[in-house]
Design a protein. Structure first.
Length: 51
């Protein structure tokens, strides 16, 4: 229930794919729709340094 409120209060249908990246402090760092992970990859590339 708390996660649903943090996502804008909308119920997430089991028929729609949703991507959530929850930060260590409990905030949602990234939210995306669908199964395409390009946006999530771009987000991670921006915030996580490569070795």
């Amino acid at each position: 229930m708390r996660a649903r409120r943090r996502c804008g209060g909308h119920a997430v249908s089991s028929r729609r794919a949703t991507q959530l990246l929850v930060r260590l402090d409990g905030h949602i760092g990234y939210r995306g729709a669908g199964t395409e992970l390009t946006g999530l990859g771009m987000y991670l590339d921006r915030w996580l340094p490569r070795p």
